[in-house]
Design a protein around this ligand. Structure first.
Ligand code: 0X9
Ligand code: ZN
Length: 434
């Protein structure tokens, strides 16, 4: 028996281990996204309660777009009907969308387990496809190496799972004092078009400068751009390996089986208020305390430190989806003191976006245009750092594909947003106050 146990136990152990290693990503087979017609404050309150009572409920866009798991469809839909809420099925099968997202990736770009094959050529980067975190990290290094006089790489810190938070400083050394502008992508893991857009735009600034595009020469002589493509690297990588629709960080929550914090509820400005949850299982979990997430702590420490010697004029946190350009406040329905100027800048930005592919981006204060969110990045930027123009931008689309935007929409998304970003920076030059 002893001999047998010596054989069986390791064999079982190895079998379990190999099961874990070859584990398939979560399937969203038959999952729907429904669009709810919300008519009153009462409806919103009802949906908020529904969300709080079922921590796992995944509102892709609160309160209208809700992902409904196959086995919960009957329960959820009857709850909505009993409140008198009407809804349409917007996406019929989320898994089908996921299977169809790689419209531009080479067909042979995946190994037998379905994982992406890493590109090994340091000089080549395909901006029109989605990339694994390691490829993006390599892109930061390669870009700094390719433009040594314009771009510098640096590490802001390490994520919870110890991935490097590698960023770029892009600008021309004029010998004069320069303004700072920060933009990042990928704070929410599943919003893949956001890191893609951040990389494309940054490369375009560098190329346009090299080609002497006057507008960009002025911008890079006035601003130092600080660029972090993926603010939540652990979550981002997890969306490739395990759950395509993961949103939060990957930190362990003491006393709970649910992992992760919503990094965009974890900032230390009005932390924990409206639109944030105290339930670790919720997708909008605020975290155990402000800046509990190492990624948020390190980035805010960096900006605060750099802000002592350089005035930051612009801060943009790129998300998807909904095509929105949102200013503070998020935590209250009151408008900030600088709202009029912010509004003018958002107008200029959204007009520039529209001029490229005729896409409409709606703009205004986050709490009224979208929903209230306490502890979000832009409120920290404006409220704590005093960056006069601090925004959340939600990239494409308006819900047809939602977070699972096909690769053939990466390029147009980047092109229009680049026009918007340049216009916003130029606005700062034209309106130096505050
Ligand atoms: O909820 C968020 O953090 C952002 N939306 S997302 O779908 N990308 O998760 C929006 C934050 C915008 N701010 C306000 N609504 N105030
Ligand atoms: Zn987001």
């Amino acid at each position: 028996m002893g001999v047998l146990r010596n054989v069986i136990v390791p064999a079982v152990f190895l079998a379990v281990l190999s099961l874990q290693v070859t584990c398939e990503p979560r399937s969203y087979d038959g999952y729907k996204v429904i669009r709810i017609k919300v008519n009153s404050e009462d409806d919103v309150r009802f949906l908020r309660t529904l969300q709080t009572s079922n921590g796992q409920l995944d509102f892709w866009d609160f309160p209208s777009d809700l992902m409904v798991p196959t086995d919960q469809a009957d329960t959820i839909e009857s709850q909505l009907v009993s409140q008198g809420l009407k809804f349409d099925v917007w996406i019929h099968d989320v898994q089908k969308l996921i299977d169809g997202q790689f419209t531009k990736s080479p067909k042979d770009g995946f190994n037998a387990a379905g994982a992406r094959i890493q590109s090994t050529d340091p000089h080549y980067f395909d901006y029109e496809i989605y990339h694994r975190w390691a490829e993006i990290d390599q892109w930061v290094k390669n870009t700094a190496a390719k433009y040594p006089t314009l771009a510098e790489e640096f590490i802001i810190g390490r994520s919870y799972e110890k991935r490097a938070m590698r960023a770029l400083k892009v600008g021309v050394d004029t010998g004069n004092e320069k303004w700072g502008a920060w933009y990042n992508g990928g704070i929410h893991a599943r919003e893949w078009v956001s890191p893609a857009t951040v990389m494309w735009m940054t490369n375009q600034f560098l190329e346009d400068y090299k080609n002497n595009v006057t507008e960009v020469v002025t911008l890079l002589e006035t601003f130092d751009l600080y660029v972090l493509p993926v603010m939540n690297p652990d979550g981002y990588e997890y969306t490739w390996t395990d759950e395509r629709l993961w949103r939060k960080t990957r930190s362990i929550n003491l006393g709970s089986n649910c992992m992760g914090t919503d990094p965009n509820r974890n900032f230390a400005y009005e932390w924990g208020g409206i639109g944030a949850s105290a339930d670790p299982c919720s997708i909008v979990f605020r975290g155990p305390y402000p800046h509990s997430e190492i990624e948020i702590k390190d980035v805010t420490d960096f900006i605060r430190e750099r802000g002592k010697t350089q005035k930051f004029k612009l801060y943009i946190d790129f998300h998807s989806y909904s095509q929105l350009w949102l200013s503070s406040w998020g935590y209250t329905y009151d408008l900030p003191d600088d709202y009029e100027t912010m509004y003018d800048q958002m107008t200029v930005g959204c007009e520039a976006i529209k001029s490229v592919h005729n896409k409409t981006y709606v703009y205004g204060a986050g709490s009224s245009v979208l929903y209230a969110t306490a502890g979000s990045s832009k409120d920290w930027g404006y409220g704590v750092m005093g960056v006069p123009y601090s925004y959340t931008v939600e990239l494409r689309d308006t819900g047809e594909y939602g977070f699972v935007l096909p690769e053939d929409q990466i390029l147009p998304t980047c092109q229009e947003m680049y026009a918007g970003l340049k216009a916003a920076l130029q606005f700062n030059i034209d309106n130096p106050y505050p």
